[in-house]
Design a protein around this ligand. Structure first.
Ligand code: HGY
Ligand code: MN
Ligand code: MN
Length: 399
């Protein structure tokens, strides 16, 4: 029986990013495929029956696949330069929890499955929780199949080259019916748990969040022969828009808005860009506030672009409403883990997508600094192991 920390230790060199630091494990990259193989091997060593469904979700079954099963799991893909725990902690803890239950001699009254969802981060194809959105029908299939990565590969082609048939990708009510209840354990991405007290929390909600693409169009030109007065430089407009994004969110209590990704076209050192694409991530507990925030950001962006002789276009790429986890299930978990605090989260998760379809809940494990989506993400060994025990108690109590 391996502890969570031993399980995570066994994958600590998979997908290391020497340039960014941390890990870059994009969906269907070599690194993520290696992690999938690792998971399948670990599941089979525990006598679980493993299958991959038509959307690329891996299911590892303790008991026969059946409707209404108890399901736990998370993801193995990461953001670029991400931490070691976001995703893998939930998967490793599920494996460790099965060990704990088996060691206690538990034989489930109903089947239990561990799931690994692809493209939770949306780092390659731009839409977060793509796997769980496909499973539930929360994304238009044609939109999903035609999503492209930075190299222009479509999701359809990438799925096909990884053994899936794009004609069968999409809503899977039969698989969804197998989820009677879903519980996801995840590293806390914030400091709600603090340094003392219980290192575990139950999730209450996920605030609404979305992604928008802003494209600023200007006049590409030569950096040396174009006088400053003759320029329509979209990079200069983009820089001001990024500050306007910060100012708009800072002016709205509890709002968060981020431009973390920007691509100048063509991107030459001695070239005035003709276009700048940038991606906006905006979030707020009240979906109407988020909508207003985006409107105000777009209006400011249009004024800024016009003043620089440029134009700007906004397109929504994905949006998830604020989600409240299943109160009866969360209460059950609270009864199993008495005294455990309840935390809202600002991070999206597959459990958040599934919560719209099946009773879902989350457990968070202490991350002392709260830093995530960064190589500095951290969970102490004793908290990671306590998380696996807590998950085992919860699963044991629900089985
Ligand atoms: O972006 C998020 O909130 C999650 O980490 N995918
Ligand atoms: Mn994440
Ligand atoms: Mn995650």
């Amino acid at each position: 029986m391996e502890t969570v920390t031993q399980l995570l230790h066994s994958i600590q060199d998979v997908g290391r990013d020497d340039v960014r630091g941390g890990y870059s494990r994009a969906v269907y990259s070599t690194a993520e495929l290696d992690l999938r193989s690792w998971f399948v091997d670990q599941a089979q060593r525990r006598g679980l029956d493993v299958e991959t469904d038509r959307n690329g979700i891996i299911w590892a079954w303790w008991g026969k696949p059946q409707e209404g099963a108890l399901v736990t799991g998370s993801h193995l893909d990461s953001v670029p330069g991400g931490g070691a725990f976001d995703g893998p902690l939930g998967v490793a803890s599920a494996l460790a929890a099965v060990d704990i239950l088996k060691n206690r001699g538990r034989t489930p009254d109903r089947s239990l499955a561990i799931t690994v969802f692809p493209e939770e981060e949306g780092s390659r194809f731009g839409v977060a929780c793509l796997g769980s959105r496909l499973l539930t029908g929360a994304i238009d299939v044609d939109k999903a199949l035609n999503l492209r990565d930075a190299d222009g590969n479509t999701f359809a082609d990438t799925a096909r080259s990884n053994g899936l048939d794009p004609r069968h990708i999409g809503p899977d009510p039969e698989s969804l019916a197998r989820i009677g209840q879903f519980v996801e354990l995840h590293v806390e991405q914030g400091k709600g748990l603090g340094a003392h007290g219980p290192g575990i929390a139950v999730g209450s909600s996920i605030l609404g969040h979305g992604r928008w693409k802003l494209s600023v169009h200007g006049q590409g030109n030569h950096a040396g022969t174009t006088l400053m007065a003759d320029r329509s430089d979209p990079m200069v407009a983009a820089a001001q828009i990024i500050v306007a994004v910060r100012d708009a969110a800072a002016g709205q209590p509890d709002a968060r808005a981020t431009v973390g990704r920007l691509t100048p076209v063509p991107g030459g050192t001695n070239v005035i860009a003709s276009r700048v694409d940038m991606w906006l991530d905006a979030r707020h507990p009240d979906d109407a506030v988020t909508a207003r925030l985006i409107e105000s950001i777009y209006a400011a962006a249009q004024d800024i672009a016009a003043a620089e002789g440029c134009s700007v276009f906004l397109t929504e790429e994905s949006y998830s409403d604020t989600v409240h986890f299943d109160p009866p299930l969360s209460r059950q978990i609270g009864d199993i883990l008495p005294g455990v605090p309840v935390l809202a989260t600002g991070a999206g998760h597959d459990a958040g997508v599934l919560a719209g379809y099946v009773p879902s809940a989350m457990l968070f494990v202490r991350n002392p600094s709260g830093i995530s989506h960064s190589p500095e993400e951290y969970v102490a060994d004793e908290d990671a192991d306590a998380g696996a025990v807590a998950l085992a108690e919860v699963l044991g109590g629900l089985l």
